[in-house]
Design a protein around this ligand. Sequence first.
Ligand code: SF4
Length: 408
Amino acid sequence: MKQKIRCPEYFADFTCIGSDCEDSCCNQWQIYLDRATFENYTRIKDPELRRRIDEFVEPNPKDQTEARFGRINLTDDRKCPFLTTECLCILQKQLGVDSLSQTCLTYPRVFNSFAGMLEGSAEISCPEVARRALLNPGGIRFVERELELDSRFALNNTIKLEEPGDYPLAQYYQPLQDFSISLMQDRRLSLPDRLTVLGMFSSKMQSAIDEGNPIGTPAIIAEFDELRCFDGIAGNLSQIPVNTTRQLQLLKSIVDEKLRRGTGIATFRDCHEQMLAGIGFDRDDQALVRFTAGYHNIYFPFMAKKEYLLENYCVNYLFRTQFPLFDKDWSQIFKAFVHLTLNYALIKFYLIGIGLDLGELNDEAIVKLVYSFGKAIEHDSGFINAILKQLEQKNLLTMAQMAILIRN
Ligand code: SF4
């Protein structure tokens, strides 16, 4: 079915690279089955497929909603049991693409809709998406295309202008998103400055929402549009105090929490080991000295030439999550900003450690870290929510704390 869609340019040409993929999505993740697919699998007669279905497919014991009615359990080596030795899907090979579950069919694509226009984006946890999205020096460009789309693709979220319902800010969605993305792509400012301005903007918007005054939104957008064009803005932002000791403490405590919950994904564990080897928390009491040197001698010089890598990460994130929504909720714009900031700060933290371990940073290391971070952290919504709750309980959900995480 041909459909008009607004999407990043890379999305329009994306194709899965299948058996050439270095970290297939068919490994290490629990795979959920929608009810229709689960029921179709119970009717399959082919003896080999039947054997695998009987052994590995079962109703989902935790959540029997339509989308997650069943699940495919992984083999002992944490692979999908339907993968062939050439890393191809045996179900798709024998029964065609229609046999795939909605999850398998849709991933890594993410579809949202606003005012009847479909928005297509993609998960950065797919290595091929990470390469296409990040490694573009010109930045992510958005296009409108007529694309052939499978009618079974899952729709993540819908915002209707005529029935705003849970979305009282729906009329401002487009200006809010356009402003956020154009700010994130404004290369007159450094990326940490862009994030800081986005934080100040989100904080002001949050106050307007809390006071029940969303009609002030266009004026707030205009105010921050003027602010980012102000010649002295970088000088003013450079007065914000840097606190690397506190930054390292906060990020280390978040990473320790992730370790307690299990890192799960093998490539992320590799990156984690590299980061630990580079910063050397357990080696002596010089971790802060090494971290600071790693930032100034490796991370900063690399990003001075290739800041577009993390700009593209942030832009992809803002579009995919329908910023300013936080988990589909309009009333939490500051939390939406905090979530992006945590991801940015953790990626920077890992890259400093990995850079120290390798003695340099390069595109390959960054792509690997970002897609494995996507798999291990972005897809672990329970972990992110637990961190946000902890920060809230300690009164750390503030712009001052976010500036500490952003700025070095
Ligand atoms: S992670 Fe991406 S490229 Fe790799 S197998 Fe999955 S969809 Fe294809």
